[in-house]
Design a protein around this ligand. Structure first.
Ligand code: ATP
Ligand code: MG
Length: 576
């Protein structure tokens, strides 16, 4: 799998990419009086995903780098799909990622009157006309990239007739689909987007902000470029598929400037395209993500298996890890697919430095230390994070009865199994070396209890503490630990490119084992003491040897729920 690289090797310096070089050129030529204003323009028709995160990091990153700014603009031109819930989630996600928009959030719907007025200017200049044909008829006349399209029979309407019809469209005299407004450009253009594209359509629907004020709505292509221009966006950073739309945006703007020359003094926006983020083992279109939500395959947009920002947050990802990921994938003009393991690598790297270590046992088997007094408890000191001593220490209770992971014991284990078997010694991390003496099984042959003895001279600081044994295990006290629920996740899809199969629905590739909830887990009693909350208020931990976990938002103090963010790649227990 190829990975993009950024141009700067030194990670201390702010990363730069080809877009920086283009902007630098503009600044050297004195364009826009040295000002840089970018924008992030989501349509509020779903929650943001990791692909949007790349765009957010890029746009806000440029705004910060050039000490300019970045607008958050909701591209809300389709009332049937948009909702305030999405607006709010987008603001939450952008803020959580650590970015601040420059002005108040703006909405394309704020410009509906201006866009309408500009459409009228185009009609007056005989550059736009009302077409009465159906969408199918218009599509049938479009032609192909190699053959010219046909003119609509309504293309030569008079300006007066067009004005009258457009005004009546706005007044609500017509039903959905009865008329559209089209630009009069060139039905033979090699660029299909220039073949008399739609500018307005009739949609009788309630809009999340303008209510029932409008029943005609501008097409994205008629709204986007002008919104950038209207806001004074100097650099409009788009994904590659918009490259072919650029001539159309320029055409619209040129017509408007022709018709309203005083606007010529305003800076023109420059559009620069980059390759979108593609990630394997997932789907990233909001339409498909909505399908997963609506069909209840996932619990919601923020299901921890979703590639949404809110899903990643609930999964335990940190904003820093997502920004690190955006940095590592870089910005290029070449399409490629990024391996999801890079995202996992980033969160491990971040949490390794920040997450306090605690002990939890997911699949317990009881161990009785027969020479340790019943009822006695010895509080052992444990570091909260070996990567950061400022995080201090805490104490964990060692008792006669403890739990270890069931798969840390193997009867008749091969010599390379450096964990527990009858007759072998292992170290219990932060406690003593114990020797397994015997086991008890039930009628089915399942081990119900392991009996050990401990060497009282092997605690940290004692003479025997340096004695070498091959295995080191994590453990919790039976009497003192708390029972918890743990969600373990696997990829949501079994296929690298679930949406990439012709004629096969992406849902056919769902992984039936993407969620494994276990209720029999135990955690040390003082886990809450182990570390402060992260900046975003979410509690995250490393469960020793098991991975990084966060406390789920639905967790209750007396019934904690943890989500595993990622397993650990390497751990001291495996081959210690
Ligand atoms: P989707 O196709 O997933 O539904 P979209 O492009 O329709 O996404 P928008 O709300 O229009 O979603 O996107 C807002 C911004 O995010 C746009 O500038 C878009 O180019 C960018 N963006 C969307 N998906 C990606 C991606 N995978 N990688 C990088 N940028 C993206
Ligand atoms: Mg879009």
């Amino acid at each position: 799998m190829s990975k993009e690289t950024t141009d700067t090797a030194n990670s201390e310096l702010p990363k730069t990419n080809f877009i920086h070089q283009e902007i630098d050129k503009d600044l050297q030529q004195g364009k826009n009086n040295g000002k840089v204003l970018t924008r992030f323009p989501p349509e509020p028709n779903g929650y943001l995903h990791i692909g949007h995160a790349k765009s957010i990091c890029l746009n806000f990153g440029l705004g910060e780098y050039y000490k300019g700014g970045t607008n958050l603009r909701f591209d809300d031109t389709n009332p049937t799909k948009e909702d305030t819930e999405y607006v709010n989630s987008i603001m939450e996600d952008v803020s959580w990622l650590g970015f601040t928009w420059t002005n108040e959030p703006v909405y394309t719907s704020d410009y509906f009157q201006q866009l309408y007025d500009w459409a009228v200017l185009l009609i007056l200049a005989d550059k736009a006309y009302v077409d009465d044909q159906t969408a199918e008829q218009i599509a049938a006349q479009k032609g192909t990239p190699t053959t010219a399209g046909q003119h609509s029979p309504f293309r030569n309407r008079t300006v007066a007739e067009n004005l009258d019809l457009f005004e009546r469209m706005r007044k609500g005299e017509f039903k959905n689909g009865e008329h559209v407004l089209r630009a009069k450009i060139d039905m033979a253009s090699p660029n299909m987007h220039m073949r008399d594209p739609l500018m307005y359509r009739i949609i009788h629907a309630h809009h999340h902000r303008t209510g029932n004020d409008w029943c005609i709505y501008p097409m994205y292509d008629f709204a986007h470029g002008q919104s950038d221009f209207y806001e004074g966006i100097t650099h409009s950073i788009c994904t590659l598929e918009f490259e072919v739309h650029r001539p159309l945006y320029e055409w619209f703007l040129n017509q408007i400037l022709e018709a309203d020359p005083k606007l010529k003094e305003l800076p023109k926006t420059r559009q620069i395209e980059f390759a979108r983020l593609n990630l394997n083992y997932t789907v990233m279109s909001k339409r498909r993500l909505l399908e997963l939500v609506n069909s209840k395959i996932v619990t919601g947009w923020n299901d921890p298996r979703m590639p949404t920002i809110s899903g990643l947050r609930r999964r335990g990802y940190t904003p820093e890890s997502i920004r690190m990921f955006a940095d590592k994938v870089g910005v290029a003009r070449r399409e490629n697919i990024i391996d999801v393991s890079l995202l996992e690598h980033c969160v491990r790297e971040d949490l390794n430095k920040k997450a306090p270590r605690v002990y939890a046992v997911l699949n317990p088997v009881k161990v009785v230390i027969t020479n340790f007094a019943e009822g006695e408890v010895e509080w052992m000191e444990a570091e909260n994070n070996p990567e950061d001593d400022t995080m201090g220490t805490r104490t964990i209770p060692f008792t006669r009865e403890i739990f270890i992971e069931r798969d840390d014991f193997m009867e008749g284990a091969p010599s390379k199994f450096f964990r527990m078997d009858v007759g072998r010694e292992v170290r219990l991390k932060n406690a003593y070396i114990v020797k397994c003496e015997s086991i008890t099984k039930d009628a089915n042959g399942e081990i119900t209890e392991i009996q050990c003895t401990y060497d009282a001279n092997t605690k940290s600081g004692m003479e025997g503490s340096n004695r070498k044994v091959k295995g080191t295990l994590h453990w919790v006290s039976v009497n003192y630990s708390k029972q918890i629920t743990v969600n373990l996740y696997d990829r949501l899809f079994k296929d690298e490119d679930p949406a990439g199969h012709k004629d096969v629905d992406f849902k056919e590739f769902l992984n039936p084992d993407s969620l494994n909830t276990i209720n029999t887990c135990w955690i040390e009693p003082n886990f809450m003491e182990a570390g402060a909350k992260f900046n975003d208020g979410i509690l995250r931990f490393q469960f020793q040897r098991l991975g990084y976990f966060c406390l789920d938002m639905d967790s209750k103090p007396d019934s904690p729920i943890f989500n595993r963010t990622v397993p650990l790649k390497d751990s001291w227990g495996k081959n210690a």
